[in-house]
Design a protein around this ligand. Structure first.
Ligand code: ATP
Ligand code: ATP
Ligand code: MG
Ligand code: MG
Length: 275
């Protein structure tokens, strides 16, 4: 096709190719989810329906983009980690970020009724996004640890705060004042002494967030790669030793049938998986 005289405007588009052989992480975060969660009657501090929906939307992303190795989510955020050597969209930052964001956001809306049966979606939510590159595995692992440490800090605070409000009959202002200047041990103590609650017994998904990984399993002759959701402790270095294949380009086949729990994500892939 002949070029039009307008074509020169294309030159205004700047190159945003990301350096080869670096770890790319896309992190999305819900816009004003404090308000969004109130408007949709999320249970406090943790609405399990909302976490399951976030996980399912992230699963849709992994199912479509094989170059996403794993993802980690908590609260209203999700991080997607690309294969180190991916050449998807020629590593163009805007393409990667916007496509992952829109797939995630539209999946969040599309699957809303699956998880919030009796709670209609009142308005379309939005997610912001950024793409960050890390030059070394150590940096990437520290990134994952940073996000999981964040879950721990926030969840312990929120659990204590909402217990003081809902069971201790404090106003939110009084609860905030009560927690001002406290450290983790103090919060554990408040829960235990005053409410007979052992924080350690809280569900793993609340304490640790959700990690989506690809696992190669084989049943008889068949080999399958499945996406599984786990809530392991990534802060321990042992996790990264035991899961050293996570960051590899090729997955090690485990020669096992799937033995984990039947989660929403496993259920969705069940036709491919024998237990
Ligand atoms: P911003 O637009 O700056 O991200 P925000 O209101 O989304 O603002 P965040 O720091 O991202 O602020 O916090 C997300 C908030 O969403 C939480 O503090 C909490 O109130 C709410 N939220 C998210 N997920 C859940 C959930 N599963 N259960 C209950 N509340 C949730
Ligand atoms: P990419 O992912 O690279 O954008 P693409 O298939 O979306 O690939 P585009 O160049 O964006 O390619 O072209 C969009 C295509 O979508 C059109 O070529 C046409 O086939 C189809 N399309 C879009 N809008 C309409 C429409 N309103 N009616 C009919 N076809 C449409
Ligand atoms: Mg947010
Ligand atoms: Mg957030």
């Amino acid at each position: 096709m002949a070029k039009s005289t307008f074509e020169y405007v294309k030159k205004f588009e700047l190159d945003d190719t990301i350096l080869p052989n670096t770890w790319m992480v896309v992190r999305l975060d819900g816009k004003c989810f404090h308000k969004f969660s109130d408007d949709h009657n999320f249970a406090k501090p943790n609405d399990i329906r909302a976490l399951r929906l976030m996980n399912f939307a992230a699963f849709s992303v992994l199912r479509e983009f094989n170059d996403v190795l794993m993802a980690f989510g908590q609260s209203d955020e999700y991080s997607f980690i690309f294969r180190k050597h991916t050449t998807l969209y020629k590593r163009r930052a805007a393409k990667l970020l916007t496509t992952i964001n829109s797939k995630f956001s539209s999946s969040y809306v599309y699957y809303w009724p699956k998880f919030f049966e009796r709670e209609p979606l009142k308005y379309p939510p939005a997610f912001d996004g950024r793409i960050v590159t890390y030059p070394s595995e150590e940096n990437l692992i520290d990134y994952m640890k940073w996000r999981q440490a964040d879950v721990h800090i926030n969840n312990l605070y929120n659990t204590t705060f909402w217990t003081l409000v809902l069971k201790g009959n404090l106003t939110p202002q009084q609860a905030e004042k009560r927690l001002c200047g406290t450290v983790s041990a103090d919060k554990n103590e408040i829960l235990f002494q005053e409410f007979n609650m052992n924080y350690n017994n809280e569900p793993e998904i609340f304490k640790r967030g959700t990690l989506l990984i690809r696992k190669s399993i084989s049943n008889d002759q068949e080999h399958q790669s499945v996406i599984i959701d786990v809530h392991d402790d990534m802060l321990r270095d042992k996790f990264w030793v035991e899961h050293s294949s996570l960051l590899l380009e090729k997955k090690i086949k485990t020669n096992l049938v799937y033995e984990g729990p039947i989660t929403d994500i496993i259920q969705e892939q069940k036709k491919h998986i024998k237990k």
